[in-house]
Structures are given as structure tokens and as C-alpha cells.
Write a protein that binds this ligand. Structure first.
Ligand code: XMP
Length: 511
């Protein structure tokens, strides 16, 4: 539990995580909890924010939080649904809007400006997204601001630190949204914005030291940002008692096993590289279904990791690079489970019999925060800026069955593509990129010879979290050079295509 903690109660809005990100950008720590699971230690939270929701406060879908230990007792901000909830159940009235209110609006202040609108000026642009509207304010409310279409756009409750706004301060289009959150949290709730990467490192290292004492910890490194930063934090806390294992599943990028292993050693980590390529390829032989491939890789990984972990006497803990988006319990608007699109296998999940306790030093951080924490520990920029890479690696970029030869071809193609992105300074502006080996041969002509060889697809996307993504408009000249280089250098490939599908409806990986 960090100090100065803010509680965000989630009513299922698509923007709830954005509220958390904005608050953290202010160097204030916060947590998201479902509206109906208020933490037992609520007294320790400095302020509470109620999120928006796809539901309505009228009728059957109403979501009721239990505010008895919150309302009037600590600073409270209702956003959209939160504002409507505070109005509707305290003597006010919420009704459907005559027109659905989406998009831009401009604030006009009704009451003399006060702390809540510090540094925000008449006409400030805000973003609306609601189909209900507050027709009548609740008891003891004072109207603070209106917009052209929404009379009750912001109000406060006399005699208690409760504020409510119909618009969304968390979205980029609310120009002064971050200022407004700062006003509420710093000026009204009196929170000290002192949650920085450095303070996170200090607090976490202290916590890890007292939690782990002299115990031994094992961690699976993947070459990615999360497991590497988790390892560095643990290394700072317990030094050589951290045992890292980096498994080569034979499906990594060209030279990656060697290069990354060297880099880890250079960072002072106690790391063992295990080359299990042959074991993985054997297990994959003859499999072409993507989910079967994922499962086979997951199973072999556990076997290999388990064998290695058994070599360490008296190991008590398993460390994982789990990050915040993986642990936020989501509120489903429909109440139903969401469909499994792909069974993402991530490092971890050891068999029960090992009975290791789990330690997850990054589980409070978003991805960009993990990078900042890594940078504050002096970790290499190139390691921190690496594109995400799936656990099953090239296995899900080779469509259909996998052979050593196909892996070789794809590694070569990928190396040209990624190498060129770096060479032409495009790597950092792309969220993720890679090549896909298609199960298609096509006719070509090289010299005077007819060829009948493989086709590869290149994919480069922009995204913030991988949930949605769009293809990157890479310069034609870059694509031209890269395609030429691939076809000239990589034996077995005579055709290159560029994937121009967004997610949804496509996904980032092809399998
Ligand atoms: P999709 O293909 O679902 O990918 O749009 C979203 C993000 O997840 C990664 N991904 C995986 N990561 N195991 C992983 O660890 C997997 O099985 C897996 N499948 C996809 C993908 O690379 C992208 O970053």
C-alpha cells in the first residue's frame, strides 16, 4: 500500500483506466476497484473518484456503491455516471437528454471561480459522452458550471468535500482535464504529489527486503521490459538471492538469446541461459492449430523452468513481471464473461506441486510507468524501449506447422525488417512490429529462373496497450528498400506484402 493513495471506483466505463493514468501523471498514486468491492482499509485512502459507466442510474441497470464510509468523510469526485448517481439518489433528478450529448462543449462558470477551477478559464473545452442528463441538482448542491447544452455540468455539495462533473476530465479532448484533477486532488484533497519513479523504487526495494529477507527467489526472464525491470528491482533488494532463468525456446528473434543474455549479465544479474530449442521444436512437430501450438509451448516452458528451478536448493518464491492492467478486476457492463479470443500464455504459472509463493513487484504499474521506473534505475534505453514480443514468439508468426527451416527464414526476414526500422529511426515510433511467414508459395522470377517460394507479410502497428491497434503508415521508400533487401537476402522468399488491417477487426498477431 503506497502512501497518498486515491481510490477510483469503477462502474465499467471505457475511460476508467484513463482516469488512473491522468492521476498518476500528476505523481499521485491511485488504484481502481470495482464499485461494489470497496477496500476494507478505506480509511487509508485520501480521496475517492467515481467513474463513468455505460449503465444508467435510472431503471434496472443501476449500480449502487456503498458510500457510507466515503460520502462527507473524504473528498469525493463524481464523473459522469458518478455525478448522476450523486444527484439522483440525494434528492436530484436524472432523465434522458433530449439530444444525446457526445463530443466537445465549453464551460461557462456560474459561480465565482474557486479552487476547483483554479487555472481553468471561461470557455475551456470539455468532452461529453452521455445520454442521460442531470435535470435537477441534489439537496444542498451549488451549481458551478454549465455548457451550452448541459445546464448542470459541474456542482458541489455545500458543507462537504463532494464535487461532481458531467464531462470527462480524463480524456485528451478535455483540454484542462488534468488541471481539474490536480485541483481536486492537490488543492481540495490536500494530497502531496510525491509519487515518482524514484520514490517507487525506494519504497518497493524496502518492501521487498523486508518481505523476502534471506529467501531465494526464482524469476523467468523473457527479454521483455516487464520481466527485466522486475528483475532489476529484486536484484537491488536481494542481490545474488535472485536466480534468473532465461529460456531459449528456439522461437526468439535472430541472435536474441545470445545478445539479451549478455546484456543481463552486464547488468549484474545472476542469470542462467537454458537452450531448450530442440525440446520446443520436438513438441511443436506436426502441430498447426494456433491454440495447440500455444499450449505445447506453455507446457514445455513449465517443464524446462521447473527442471531448472529444482536445481536451486531451498527456493521459496517465484517472481513475476505482472503489471497493473493484468490485475485490474474489470466491471462488465453486461455481467457476462468476455469471450476468449486467444489464450495468451505468459511466463509463469508453475505447477502446483512446487508451492512457491509469488512476488510481483510491478503489479501496481502501467507499462509506461514500468519503463520510467527502469530508466530511473539506469537501465539501458534499448532494453526499455523494446517492442512487445509474444511468449510463444515466432511460433504464432509462422502460420501452420513449424520447422527449423521456417524458423530460420522468418528470423532472417524479421532481422532485416526490425534492423531497418532502427536504421531509419522508425523503431521508436512503432508500438510493435514483426514479420509473418505465410503458408503460401507464389511464383516469381529471379534472373531468368522461375521461382516458387514463400511469401512473408510485414506488420507494424501503433497502439497504447495492444487492445486496439492501427497499422502504421510506413514511408513507401522504407517499404520498398526493406522488401528488396528481404527478397535479395533471404533464401526461400520471393514476395513481401504489408498488412494494412486495424485491430479490431483483425488482431495484431496473425494467429
Ligand atoms: P493480439 O494478436 O491478440 O495481440 O492482437 C495483442 C498483444 O498480445 C501479444 N500476444 C501474446 N503475448 N502470449 C503472449 O505473451 C501470446 O500467446 C500472445 N498472443 C498475442 C501480441 O504480440 C500483442 O502485443
Amino acid at each position: 500500500m503506497q502512501h497518498n493513495n486515491i481510490l477510483i471506483l469503477d462502474f465499467g466505463s471505457q475511460y476508467t483506466q484513463l482516469i488512473a493514468r491522468r492521476v498518476r501523471e500528476l505523481n499521485i498514486y491511485c488504484e481502481i476497484h470495482p464499485y461494489n468491492k470497496i477496500p476494507n482499509n478505506i480509511d487509508e485512502y485520501k480521496a475517492v473518484i467515481l467513474s463513468g459507466s455505460p449503465n444508467s442510474v435510472r431503471g434496472e441497470g443501476v449500480l449502487h456503491p456503498d458510500l457510507k464510509n466515503i460520502r462527507g468523510k473524504k473528498p469525493l469526485l463524481g464523473v459522469c455516471y458518478g455525478a448522476q448517481y450523486l444527484a439522483h439518489f440525494s434528492g436530484g433528478e436524472v432523465a434522458p437528454s433530449n439530444t444525446r450529448e457526445y463530443g466537445r462543449a465549453n464551460l461557462s462558470f456560474v459561480k465565482e471561480k474557486e479552487d476547483f477551477f483554479h487555472n481553468i478559464y471561461e470557455g475551456s473545452q470539455v468532452w461529453m459522452s452521455h445520454s442521460d442528463t442531470i435535470k435537477k441538482l441534489p439537496e444542498n448542491a451549488v451549481l458551478l458550471a454549465s455548457t451550452h447544452d448541459v445546464e448542470n455540468a459541474a456542482y458541489k455539495i455545500e458543507g462537504e468535500p463532494t464535487y461532481a462533473i458531467q464531462f470527462h476530465p480524463e480524456v485528451y479532448h478535455s483540454t484542462d482535464g488534468k488541471q481539474l484533477l490536480e485541483n481536486f486532488l492537490v488543492h481540495i484533497a490536500g494530497v502531496n504529489p510525491d509519487w515518482t519513479p524514484q520514490s517507487f523504487v525506494e519504497e518497493t526495494v524496502d518492501e521487498l527486503k523486508s518481505k523476502l529477507g534471506n529467501d531465494k527467489v526464482v524469476l523467468g526472464l523473457s527479454g521483455g521490459v516487464d520481466s527485466s525491470v522486475a528483475a532489476m528491482l529484486l536484484h537491488k533488494a536481494i542481490g545474488k538471492n535472485l536466480y534468473c532463468i532465461f529460456v531459449n525456446n528456439g522461437l526468439l528473434r535472430k541472435n536474441e538469446f545470445h545478445d539479451v543474455l549478455e546484456q543481463y549479465k552486464g547488468m549484474g544479474l545472476n542469470v542462467k541461459g537454458v537452450d531448450a530449442s530442440a525440446r520446443f521444436l520436438d513438441a511443436l512437430a506436426g502441430l498447426s492449430d494456433p491454440e495447440q501450438k500455444r499450449k505445447a509451448i506453455g507446457r514445455v516452458f513449465i517443464e524446462v523452468f521447473d527442471d531448472e528451478a529444482h536445481e536451486i536448493t531451498d527456493v521459496k518464491w517465484l517472481a513475476q513481471g505482472t503489471i497493473y492492467p493484468d490485475v485490474i478486476e474489470s466491471v462488465s457492463a453486461t455481467g457476462g464473461p468476455s469471450a476468449t479470443i486467444k489464450s495468451h500464455h505468459n511466463v509463469g504459472g508453475l505447477p502446483d506441486f512446487m508451492k512457491l509463493k509469488v512476488v510481483e513487484p510491478l503489479k501496481a504499474l502501467f507499462k509506461d510507468e514500468v519503463r520510467r521506473v527502469g530508466a530511473s534505475m539506469g537501465m539501458d534505453k534499448a532494453l526499455l524501449g523494446r517492442h512487445p514480443f509474444p511468449g510463444p514468439g515466432l511460433a504464432i508468426r509462422i502460420l501452420g506447422d513449424i520447422t527449423a527451416e521456417k524458423v530460420r527464414i522468418l528470423q532472417e526476414v524479421d532481422a532485416v525488417f526490425i534492423g531497418n526500422l532502427k536504421k531509419y529511426d522508425l523503431y521508436d515510433s512503432v508500438w510493435q512490429a514483426g514479420a509473418i511467414l505465410l503458408p503460401v508459395n507464389s511464383v516469381g522470377v529471379m534472373g531468368d529462373e522461375r521461382t516458387y517460394e514463400k511469401c512473408v507479410a510485414l506488420r507494424a502497428v501503433e497502439s497504447t496497450d495492444g487492445m486496439t491497434a492501427d497499422w502504421v503508415n510506413l514511408p513507401y521508400e522504407f517499404l520498398q528498400k526493406t522488401s528488396n533487401e528481404i527478397i535479395n537476402k533471404v533464401k526461400g522468399v520471393n514476395r513481401v506484402v504489408y498488412d494494412i488491417s486495424s485491430k479490431p477487426p483483425a488482431t495484431i498477431e496473425w494467429e
